[in-house]
Design a protein around this ligand. Structure first.
Ligand code: SAH
Length: 493
């Protein structure tokens, strides 16, 4: 079983950094014992311009049989075993995914002490899997990988090249290319999607599969158009065996919701130019600026897109003028926390009828988001990879089309004023980009012009004479209606 990961580089950003990112030195071939065989990591090529890491898994049939019979639970059937050891010894199956997570566990989590900045940024990647068992064929392979930002080449491998009339085997030769993904994301895609495509019986049942799936899928699985297929295939064979795990998982989730929260650094207190008695946290100032804009525009039905843990939703609920408040987020975990924070379950009926939380991705158009007065995107756009931004732009300004849109994002020029921020670092580890005032302005003006909105800009936080404010806010107001909108209006009149 075999797969390779290749990256390219420059003298300033040598391709051999891949060794740091994977925590495996390019000059060494290393072997790791697993319970089902030996995993080897080696670098067929490693120089400044190009570096390829190969993961090769030698399956130990005897170990597999022992493991299968010994445990009595989730044991390998002879048929399943045969498909691993006889058929195509280099086919990449679910076992390869397991090896991937064992050998590259830190890389999958995006941890890299030596090159943290490279782990946090997208890099040019090419993944090759010469023989991938793929139930569903090349079509399904594309449907699974393309929405994640991969350019996919998937060719069916003929059953026997000497006898083309026998048709195709269940194997696909897969090449994935992207320069918008971080290595950790790429590995997590493979970790989940290789076994999904394999769709064979897994005999390495462990009680925390659901937890693993949600963890590996965080940030991409919830918004994936094939989410249902992925989840059901990933778990189906093990569903009855993991009921116990599901219950445990729920406990883990609740514990997580109670305790650990990722605070964005700019939610801390902003350094003030003027001395106030108690400086107001920037997050509070941001919400105040947003509420002011919404009040000015008389918005009643409001969308909070990328609502996170529901801080703004809570503020909106306090004002009766906001009659309908809908929070949307791609993260189930954030929504779970939001629901608990807002005490949705014990809230009075009247209050509860004003608020809704929806899971969804802003990178896809969504009928549920039409017909609102205003939409807020507070500190959200910088969480999307730049190539996905046009999709968000279309979903919000082209399809949902609220009359007013409020967008806030960090002003990267201000970062030099943050005492706790090392030079050249973004404010939060999930920020894919941070813009200068000019960059934000250029984006906002293009969006406004393209979709029939006017736009004005407002500072949030102390407006530094040199570098501007810590947060920048763009307020869009619809000026032109679309053809269908004007037709509707004409009909109504
Ligand atoms: N609006 C909140 C949270 C900002 S953090 C605030 O101002 O504090 C960014 C949020 O955007 C996260 O909760 C993240 O889950 C969400 N997000 C990122 N990409 C998204 C997408 N494609 N669709 C919907 N939500 C997304």
């Amino acid at each position: 079983m075999f797969l390779t990961v290749t990256t390219t580089g420059t003298p300033a950003r040598p391709a051999t950094d891949l060794g740091f990112l994977l925590h495996k030195h390019p000059d060494k071939a290393q072997a790791f014992a697993t319970s089902f065989g030996t995993a080897h990591v080696l670098y067929p090529e490693a120089d400044e311009q190009r570096c390829t890491a190969a993961l090769l898994l030698e399956v130990d049939a005897v170990a597999l049989v022992r493991r299968g019979k010994g445990k009595g639970r989730g044991g390998a059937s002879d048929a399943a075993l045969a498909s691993y050891v006889n058929d195509r010894p280099y086919a990449a199956s679910s076992l390869l995914a397991v090896a991937l997570s064992r050998v590259f566990s830190s890389a999958m989590r995006g941890v890299c002490a030596h090159r943290p900045e490279r782990a946090a940024e997208p890099l040019p990647l090419r993944v090759e899997v010469p023989a991938l068992p793929a139930r569903g064929g090349p079509g399904l392979v594309r449907r699974l990988f393309e929405p994640l930002g991969w350019a996919v080449s998937a060719d069916a491998v003929p059953l026997d090249s000497a006898f083309p009339e026998w048709g195709d085997s269940r194997y696909v030769r897969l090449v994935l290319e992207s320069d918008t993904l971080r290595l950790a994301e790429a590995l997590r895609h493979l970790y989940v999607l290789l076994p999904v495509l394999d769709d064979a019986k897994h005999y390495w049942v462990s009680p925390d599969e659901v937890d693993k799936l949600l963890r590996a899928g965080e940030g991409w699985l919830p918004g994936h158009p094939e989410q249902k297929l992925i989840t059901s295939r990933y778990l189906s064979r093990r569903w009855s065996l993991t009921r116990e795990a599901m219950e445990r998982l729920e406990l883990v989730r609740l514990a997580e919701a109670e305790g650990t929260e990722v605070e964005e650094i700019d939610n801390a207190v902003a350094p003030e130019t003027e001395t106030e008695e108690r400086p107001t946290p920037l997050a509070v100032r941001r919400r105040e600026a947003i509420l002011t804009a919404l009040r000015e525009h008389g918005a009643a039905r409001v969308l909070d897109l990328g609502c996170g843990e529901g801080h703004l939703v809570r503020e909106l609920l306090k004002e009766p003028a906001f009659t309908e408040i809908t929070g949307v987020d791609v993260s189930v975990r954030a929504l779970t926390i939001a629901a608990r924070r807002l005490r949705l379950d014990t809230m009075g009926e009247r209050q509860a009828s004003r608020v809704r939380l929806l899971q969804g991705s802003l990178a896809y158009t969504d009928k549920r988001l039409t017909g609102y007065d205003a939409a807020v995107l507070s500190e959200v756009i910088e969480h999307l990879d730049l190539p996905r931004l046009p999709a968000l732009e279309y979903a919000v300004f082209g399809a949902a089309r609220p009359r007013t849109v409020v967008v806030t994002t960090p002003n990267v020029e201000y970062n030099v004023r943050w005492e706790t921020l090392p030079a050249g670092h973004v404010r939060h580890r999930d920020h894919r980009f941070e813009w200068t005032r000019a960059e934000f302005r250029a984006w906002a003006e293009t969006v406004a012009a393209r979709h029939g909105y006017g736009v004005e800009f407002r500072p949030v936080g102390p407006d530094d004479p040199e570098v501007g404010p810590p947060t920048q806010l763009a307020l869009f107001t619809q000026t032109a209606t679309t053809e269908t909108e004007s037709k509707k209006e004409a009909k109504a009149a």
